[in-house]
Design a protein around this ligand. Sequence first.
Ligand code: LAG
Ligand code: CA
Length: 594
Amino acid sequence: MIRPRFACLRVVWVVSALVVAFWLWASPRPAFAQGPTRTVAVHLFEWRWEDIALECEQFLGPKGFAAVQVSPPQEHAIVTSSDGGPYPWWQRYQPVSYQLVSRSGDRQAFIDMVQRCHAAGVDVYVDAVINHMTGQESGVGSAGSTYTHYDYPNYAPWDFHYCGTPGNEIQSYSDRYQVQNCELVNLADLNTGSEYVRNTIAAYLNDLVSIGVDGFRIDAAKHMNTNDIAAILARVNGSPYIYQEVIEAAGEPITGDEYFQNGDVTEFDYSTSLGNVFLHGQLSWLSSFGEAWGFMPSDKALVFVDNHDNQRGHGGGGDVVTYKNGTLYDLANVFMLAWPYGYPRIMSSYEFSHRDQGPPSYSDGTTKPVHNPDGSLNCFGAEWKCEHRWRPIANMVEFRNVTAPAFYVSNWWTDGYNQIAFGRGDLGFVVINRDTSKWLSQTLQTGMPAGTYCDVISGERNGSSCTGNTITVNADGTASFSVPPMSAVAIHANSKVSNSVAVTFDVYATTYWGQNVYVVGNIPALGSWNTAQAVPLSASAYPRWRGTVQLPANTWVEYKYIKKDGGSVVWESGGNRTFTTPSGGSLTRTDTWR
Ligand code: LAG
Ligand code: CA
């Protein structure tokens, strides 16, 4: 599924089509008016608004992310003790009012974040907690509002469901009525069937839309009748992107497809199935990953390797891959981002040892920054994990953007176990070796145009150079790969470093029995003057020795012929032979041994 990156223009359309016309015309253009489709979201779980604004500017925008999902922005309960210490992350799933004052920052900081993310071309999705209020007896919220379990600034006791079970608690998930009208873990359940409640929730969402919010994750959607959600959304201005948190479970009456009328739905089976394959199975099983596995239609599915709940055993739990799995997590995300199914959301976490533990914080309970005041990053260590910045994951965002027009799998290959490779038409190709000990050494059909490509897993392209390994695609689309255990290689149309030229070396040289002729030169494809890496020529037209090599286009080449007989190396005399490769096509060097 392709997410147009223009979503943040919607609000502008409401203001004036002329303004849009001006933006499209004006120079320099805003970042979001050019470039490829953006197709990947990231959840910056528990990040402060100021950090998200900086992240949009410094990383998400430049790297091509479509959107960021932020933690619930509304006033929330303050929970001073839990099994995981004070201020658990989940206190934010207990709304007290719809004032935008939370652990992540205040209203002004929120507005500033939305504007700065938009300027960087990144949409903002809000986690909308609208099924319920708190699970507390009473308290004071993050904006200072006092409340009791059924009494809040916006709601009175008659605005809640009382389903009649003990404590009004959900007792049976096989009972549709209970799931939607009783309390989920003691959270006071709003009567979303009432006009007043619908209007009040819609006013909250409209406030966010007016600030520029582009989409909503509807929290606990399964616990609301789909038509209640529809009635609320009918009152919401514009057409924000909607995805609903529905955790489908075997034997339960409420299914994800009931919610398609309102928008997309989270596909939890994707996360747990991928976890099962990467942790306990074989990657060869993934050849038909998607609807054939019983998942919802691709264009309805919001997919993820792990989310903030199941990475810590909440929200249905499951045996999923998380940052704690290290390199395996890279590989699972590389697969998700390369595989044409659903709208992927990357998880960005913080280190935790207890499932209830809140984000990295100071002793007064305020959240620590990700972007330190001195400009350095508090990432990758014992606090914020910043998985979306792990190079293989970050660079696969561009892969998904660039390959979006070819939303299908081509040239699938597997060793039958834990090594797989596949292409995305002529726009990208990925090789994943999840084997823990076996190298993947194969010549594979990539379907890509000939050329030299930068592998975006080991580095990135910088102009016409590559900070990682390069892959040469031959004129027939094949390329040879040598991939160590537990790693991957990915190339795409925008990681091409140079076109390649098929150069035939044809030299007249007499040899004695056991002696062979090679060509060696200044560039890697010619061995970089290392005689052990010289290119062997064929004697089938003896005394002419011939061989064809793909060399980078528009490149200065120096070379010489050598003779090897196993032990000794004989260099031809004279200076280096030289030429510059053309911009494409092929050429033959016809020489005589000196
Ligand atoms: C969700 N999706 O549908 C969220 O993804 C999930 O994180 C939310 O639960 C849930 N719905 C309700 O918004 C989280 C924690 C719960 C936590 C709840 C409210 O997973 O564990 O419950 O937020 O904070 C906690 C305690 C319960 C207690 C309850 C009320 O864990 O034991 O009964 O608070 O005090
Ligand atoms: Ca409900």
